[in-house]
Design a protein. Structure first.
Length: 232
């Protein structure tokens, strides 16, 4: 039985992975969706894509919202594309249908009818070679465009940070700012209520265990509590 896989991936928290899933299911409602978040630009090492690659067989289909979801590195993208194509696996890119394997396959299978002489044979071989070259170039262009978009994004981000810095804006958290999280607040409350340092009955080791933190974190929180008390 042929299987349709849908692969979704986002690289930042600002991207919407659900949109990719909806786009795929809108055209392939039976697709088995694999989702991946916050990965690098290479397809190697992506756990969910690796799961698909370990299962997919000839006749199966992998659907991507865009070629950039498969790979944003041109060389690796083309290598993976050709590897899967040679295995008889269909690749679908919703935003770049002109580089779907079905389109590529049609280009390779195109040609003129043989007339039965040497000139016709040479013409057919030349025609198919040109078609294959053009189709391959289209695939390469699609991956190059995806790779360029990533580089442009990195460049714009870098320029934006530099512009903000020159304007005197604070980049990131200021020195001394504390990242307040629920776990830290809860742990500090336990330490303040139970540590012998603050009038409780537990020694440091017992209190760290009760707060559910390491000894290093415990002493860090204990120091911060002392500073907070002194500043009151």
């Amino acid at each position: 039985m042929k299987i349709i896989f849908g692969y979704c991936r986002v690289s930042t928290s600002k991207q919407n992975i659900d949109l990719q899933e909806r786009n795929i299911l809108a055209q392939y409602p039976t697709a088995k969706i694999y989702k991946e978040k916050f990965t690098g630009t290479k397809f190697q090492g992506r756990k969910e894509l690796d799961k698909i690659l370990s299962q997919v067989q000839s006749g199966d289909t992998i659907v991507f919202d865009s070629v950039s979801r498969m790979s944003r590195n041109t060389n690796e993208g083309i290598e993976l594309y050709m590897k899967l194509f040679d295995k008889g696996i269909e690749l679908v890119f919703l935003k770049e249908p002109h580089v779907n394997t079905e389109t590529y396959k049609k280009a390779l299978n195109s040609g003129v009818e043989l007339i039965g002489n040497d000139i016709a044979d040479i013409y057919l071989k030349a025609t198919n070679k040109v078609l294959k070259l053009l189709a391959t170039q289209q695939i390469e262009l699609a991956f190059k465009q995806a790779e360029k978009e990533v580089l442009d994004l990195h460049q714009r981000t870098s320029e934006g940070i530099e512009t903000a810095r020159r304007a005197g804006k604070q980049i990131g958290r200021q020195k001394g700012d504390k990242l307040i999280i629920k776990k830290a607040i809860k742990a500090k409350k336990i330490i303040a209520a139970n540590s012998k340092t603050f009038g409780g009955s537990l020694n440091d080791e017992e209190c760290a265990r009760a707060a559910g933190v390491s000894r290093k974190t415990y002493y860090k929180y204990k120091k911060e509590l002392k500073e907070e008390i002194q500043n009151q």
